[in-house]
Design a protein around this ligand. Sequence first.
Ligand SMILES: Nc1nc2c(ncn2[C@@H]2O[C@H](COP(=O)(O)OP(=O)(O)OP(=O)(O)O)[C@@H](O)[C@H]2O)c(=O)[nH]1
Ligand SMILES: [Mg+2]
Length: 397
Amino acid sequence: MKALKSQRLHIAILGRTNVGKSSLVNAITSQNVSIVSDKEGTTTDVVEKSAELFPIGAVTFLDTAGIDDKTELGEKRLEKTLNVINRTDIGIIVTDDIGFTDYEKNIIEKLNSLNIPYIVVVNKSDIKKINETNLNIIKEYTKNICEVSATKTERITDILVSEMIKIIPDSHINPPSIMGDKLSKQDIVILVTPIDKEAPKGRLILPQVQSIRDILDNDCISVITQVNNLEYTLNSLKTKPKLVVTDSQAFKEVSEIVPKNIPLTSFSILFARLKGDLSAFIKGAEHIKNLKPNDKILILESCTHHAIDDDIARVKIPKLLEKKLGFNLDFEYYTGHDFPDIKPYKLIIHCGACMTNRKEILSRIMIAEKEEKPITNYGIVISYCVGILNRAVEIFQ
Ligand SMILES: Nc1nc2c(ncn2[C@@H]2O[C@H](COP(=O)(O)OP(=O)(O)OP(=O)(O)O)[C@@H](O)[C@H]2O)c(=O)[nH]1
Ligand SMILES: [Mg+2]
């Protein structure tokens, strides 16, 4: 699907002549990219390159002409480059071991005046690394710096994307609909919500409420029931439901009740998609089968939570995984918005992220990808362990 131009994230590549701006765009767009096109801006000296960057989506690189002379032509070009910034969502300032000159500082002033976030790429690290002094000057402006070689660095796209994700405005990371994109007007959706002793008093939990709202927003009908009444509910309906969504804890039981020709998924899978990247999480879960006894597993929780999540992370998931694999694993927990050192871990399992935004999760997925560490989430692991992952994600594939 082709994104509208206005929906694409516009990334301006800025910097002095010869620092490697065009090489960098070429390196990024030749990796992990499905669509690449060239368009020469005849009057602007700007080359536009469109690409599809995982997990950001559709982007357009605005490769500007570098300037490093103070001639009249240089002034004119500077003006054009500064004009490009007016249609920029994020900036990539490319430099080399020289670091920042007045040119970069000028550009940053313009970016700041428009509240446009930026990262700094110190290029050509294969020939000459930047010294401490020059690097420290850059650090006074931003902490989003990567040192690379456009021609030599492997996985350069992952490196840059993980840095970009940190600064991309939230509004540009469009979450998919909870399930609305899979529904048509007047479809019936059954929500199975166990009311057990762990359920909060007098209300439903947020993902359940949000799902009901999503169903109503899409002009569909939600039928809410508990497991014990599910069969009766299914038999009472004249119209076949479009989808059944259940709490993951009851997935196994529910999957035996819901006929195979009715799609079934779980709230956690809906929210793994909404708050992360379903395909990355599924890919992560595929690594479970490669785990060895006593492998370190990192469980990431993005907030302090109520007892029910605690029970999932500390009891339910370890028990399910160890039972599935037939040996013990070494679980460690981390709560917070920053990211621990993930090197020691063989698998990262993220919480449902009910209190976090999608950007944070995507950023964590990118960091994990960069370090080649599989990452998945609670709902996906539970579905995998009880053997229903395939059925639970079918509707989204
Ligand atoms: N060794 C090395 N050479 C590089 C690297 N990146 C770019 N180059 C070389 O540097 C030269 C300039 O690269 P470009 O990508 O054209 O630089 P640019 O910033 O787009 O230059 P202008 O468009 O003229 O402003 C070319 O010869 C590239 O091959 C790098 O990481 N390492
Ligand atoms: Mg160029």
